[in-house]
Design a protein. Structure first.
Length: 66
């Protein structure tokens, strides 16, 4: 089974990530992307890393898809 959902993702320089009210917005030199998070899934941005977290194992199936 893959553990990719547990990895911290390094944010490249020039890219900013914000999360507000369940909407994640990624802005960089090539444009902007937004996505809505599933209930029970959150993101944590610290310095130059992004971590996707789940509330509990009930949301495990959606964790890796984010």
């Amino acid at each position: 089974m893959s553990r990719i959902g547990n990895r911290k993702i390094e944010i490249p320089s020039g890219v900013t990530i914000t999360e507000e009210n369940g909407i994640v917005k990624v802005t960089g030199p090539n444009g902007e992307l937004t996505t809505t998070l599933v209930n029970g899934i959150t993101v944590k941005v610290e310095e130059n890393t992004l971590e996707v977290l789940r509330k509990n194992d009930t949301y495990k199936a959606m964790h890796g898809t984010i």
